[in-house]
Write a protein that binds this ligand. Structure first.
Ligand code: UD1
Length: 427
């Protein structure tokens, strides 16, 4: 297994191009299942999760054609997906267990074929993460659902029926699954308490380009009038606000200055507010976001994770690394996932002073972290260790790099271009 070695303490300076968003690209790829015509996605990031989704879609009969290689900076790759016919409505365990977002094929398969058998994703490192809300909502649209042999077995006679769905809790992939299903349903579907994440809006814009009728994009009430079929479309994946946010923290934690090329500040308001309150200068420029922490004192700021437009849970671990090196204390409260502090013991091994009380962590800044061998159990936790390592004098080796490869395109190259001493150790 590969690991990453970082010699920290160097302020980052330069430009980092921001890739297309993983969490937008995955549902956008699944949307191909809704139409027999070609869906062309531009600005696709080169990531392991994208390959996993491509393999899953291929197993359903999707023809995929990729143009452009990795390493091309802004612009990403172009993927053409054509689902002339769905050849298999089963999403097998071997593929689903690699990535929970595989559940995103459930709604489209059921809507187009009237049948879907999708392996239950099961637990994962950051919490139980059930899919009960996806299933209840599909049942409300007329599906019959059974759990059998570890699989969700969903059927519907004829088309799904429009319904008034009210999610009792905000769910991102749940909203996306039901939004896709509703585009081919018979009649009108209202989704209340819909997730307002920019990735949901990106999916809605793509579905509209495919001929879907959707109102309320970006709000908590989506109204969808179902169509008999959707058609070909071309769509560019929006920039990854979590990748951009992670590199904003990289600039801040090393007291450097970095231009995040292509980042969209309008999707990052909650994070920008926290970084600004902490003493970092964050300025939206044409072409990107300039993050400047040169010669600045950084203070801890209290943070609570919430559904968008609140502070994203996917940035909690990275910002915790920053506050581990800040002046004063920060109270960080995680409200989305019940077990998302796994980076804390590893950060403590690097000298951080953090105490967990239920779903809150008190982070007391220390003047210096120190390099150490560490490992993490999920994507964003791994990134928090990379960030801590960039700040810590000495050498840090981060094991289990495959977590990072799921969500950060060309991580070492992007950081090295700004002066970081970082290398991948093959093993
Ligand atoms: C998505 C993101 C993930 C992010 C998360 C929250 C993708 C591919 N992943 O995950 O990066 O951290 O949103 O912003 O976009 N829940 C239920 N039952 C359900 C569905 C969800 O109880 O049927 C709970 C979850 O356990 C969790 C909360 O609702 O506590 C929010 O989860 P959800 O928004 O669904 O997360 P994901 O869509 O899996």
């Amino acid at each position: 297994m590969d690991s990453i070695r970082i010699r920290g303490g160097i302020p980052l300076k330069g430009t980092i191009p921001i890739s297309g968003a993983k969490n937008a690209a995955l549902p956008l790829m699944a949307a191909t299942l809704l139409s027999a015509e070609t869906l062309t996605l531009r600005n696709l990031p080169h990531l392991v999760d994208i390959t996993t989704m491509a393999n899953l879609l291929a197993s359903h009969g999707v023809a995929l054609h990729m143009n452009g290689g990795a390493g091309e900076g802004c612009g990403g790759r172009v993927l053409e997906l054509t689902t002339a016919r769905i050849t298999d409505t089963t999403a097998h365990y071997d593929l689903v267990r690699k990535m929970r977002a595989s559940i995103l094929v459930l709604g489209p398969l059921l809507a187009r074929e009237g049948r879907a058998r999708v392996s239950l994703p099961g637990g994962c490192a950051i919490g139980a993460r059930p899919v009960d809300l996806h299933l209840k909502a599909l049942e409300q649209m007329g599906a019959t659902i059974a759990i059998d042999g570890g699989y969700v077995d969903a059927r519907v006679d004829g088309r799904l029926k429009g319904a008034h769905l009210v999610f009792p809790q905000v769910t991102v992939t749940g909203t996306e699954n039901l939004l896709m299903a509703a585009t081919l349903a018979d009649g009108e579907t209202i989704i209340d308490n819909a997730a307002r994440e920019p990735e949901v809006a990106d999916l809605a814009h793509c579905l509209i380009a495919m001929g879907a009728e959707i109102e309320g994009v970006g709000t908590s009430r989506l109204v969808v009038r179902g169509k008999d079929a959707l058609h070909a479309a071309t769509h560019a994946v929006l920039p990854d606000r979590i990748e951009a946010g992670s590199y904003a923290v990289a600039a801040a934690i090393t007291r450097g200055k970095v231009l995040l090329e292509g980042a969209d500040a309008t999707h990052m308001a909650a994070l920008i507010k926290v970084l600004t309150a902490a003493g970092v200068s964050v300025e939206a420029r044409e072409g990107g976001l300039l993050v400047d922490a040169e010669n600045r004192a950084i203070r801890g700021v209290d943070v609570m994770t919430e559904p968008h437009p609140g502070f994203p849970t996917d940035m909690q671990a990275q910002v915790m690394a920053l506050f581990a090196t800040a002046e004063g204390a920060a109270l960080m409260t995680e409200t989305i996932f019940e077990n998302r502090f796994m980076h804390v013991p590893e950060l403590k091994r690097m000298g951080a002073d953090i105490n967990i009380h239920n779903n809150s962590a008190i982070v007391r800044g220390v003047s210096k972290l120190s390099g150490a061998p560490v490992m993490a159990t999920d994507l964003r936790a791994s990134m928090s260790l990379v960030l801590a390592a960039l700040a810590a004098p000495g050498e840090t080796t981060i094991a289990r790099v495959y977590h990072l490869d799921r969500g950060y395109e060309r991580l070492e190259q992007k950081l090295a271009a700004c002066g970081a001493e970082i290398e991948r150790l093959r093993g």
